[in-house]
Design a protein around this ligand. Sequence first.
Ligand code: ADP
Ligand code: MG
Length: 482
Amino acid sequence: MAQFLKGETGDWEIVIGLEVHAQVSSEAKLFSSAATKFGAEPNSQVSLVDAAMPGMLPVINKECVRQAIKTGLGINAKINLFSVFDRKNYFYPDLPQGYQISQFKQPIVGEGFLEIEVSDGVKKIGIERLHLEQDAGKSMHDQHPTKSFIDLNRSGVALMEIVSKPDIRSGEEAGAYVKKLRSIVRYLGTCDGNMQEGSLRCDVNVSVRKPGEELGTRCEIKNVNSIRFVQQAIEYEARRQIEMIEDGHSINQETRLFDPNKGETRSMRSKEEAHDYRYFPDPDLLPLKFDDALVQAIASDMPELPDAKRTRFIEEYELSEADATLLVEERETAEFYEKMAVGRDKKLSANWLGTELFGALNKEGLSLAESPITAESLGRLMEIISDGTISGRIAKDVFVDMFESGEDALDIVERKGLTQISDAGAISELVESVISDNASKVAEFRNGKDKLFGFFVGQVMKKSQGKANPKLVNDLLKDKLG
Ligand code: ADP
Ligand code: MG
């Protein structure tokens, strides 16, 4: 939902555009065959190209190109059959080439859009472009008091930079945008989306304006690496800009850093100090050309994406929008759900997966892939709840057993004798003994103390050790109490 901030001079609108860097899932780097595995021994995955040895030539990795096309299709974007690699020149110790190979005027992917679900409905966010570029190495300043180290493992790894239009209007929308983009690249297998490991990081552009006015001057907050930090950085930055303007200053276009410990942004460099990157086409690389047949082949091999899955879950399984949104965010969750729920009660399955299974997994710090209960097994638990073999109450105990032992629900029910009692004769006996044991309460009830009904239900359930069919207990009690 668009968010307006109150200032001394009235309401302010926040305007946000995000540049997301997503590391391409690929065995090898963008222009070399060195490996890309995260967490390897420093400088163990560096080819002569990545170390910028003189005379080494970059060779484009076609797999990275395919991944970028696939991602472009996933964000509803135009794929450019002709694009150009440029050199972006700057000096930094972790950039041995002295330039980064990127795409500037002619990126591989043009305009597209994403749909996000926010509290006031679905909103479309425009995407400006997606281009391919190389990552730099990593400087480490904190290992030794007087020395800095450089790890070139990341040097040359392929990144997709995905640039949104300034269509985002609040921290909530920014969070939903990053989540949706992460969800799509994970479904596609084009980026693992891991923000802690830096495979997905955001530059956050923020400006403020009075509603209806022209766009204000923006500040760019670099390298924010969690969704919560994106939101905190936006909150802080928007308030800072409003205060500046209301105090009679103007906003200086600048690059800022977010400090997660203080929850603040602070200036890194102003526009005047900004680099002149002297972009020019890389003479070592031909323009990137492919034909539409490649795009069509990739398009025909796309998985069902979260938006389509969400719509299908709502229509086919009659799930609420909120349930469907949660279930489709991760592909593994959606697939688990479908295995569990097909042929079973859909709503019941959504509740048990969302509440019981995720609750138990979170408590143990396990992922869904590590769940001791399989989708099929949890599905069978749904069946025996639905057909009345056990009550929902007993099912919770059975679930705890299943989670510990991995045993099948029905085996546990049989071994422990937990089958629900649905025999009217047996329940009648229990009802009658409760009535004769509680003569005075029965009299009170018959004299109009309706509230006591729950007490009788509780007594019968207790006598049955929780196994009596609650509906039958209710019916028989009503009947016998008159
Ligand atoms: P640059 O290449 O200098 O970073 P771009 O035009 O590519 O500039 O814009 C970068 C990002 O800034 C985009 O995501 C865009 O949506 C966003 N942006 C542009 N103008 C504004 C603005 N006035 N307020 C907020 N974000 C903006
Ligand atoms: Mg930028």
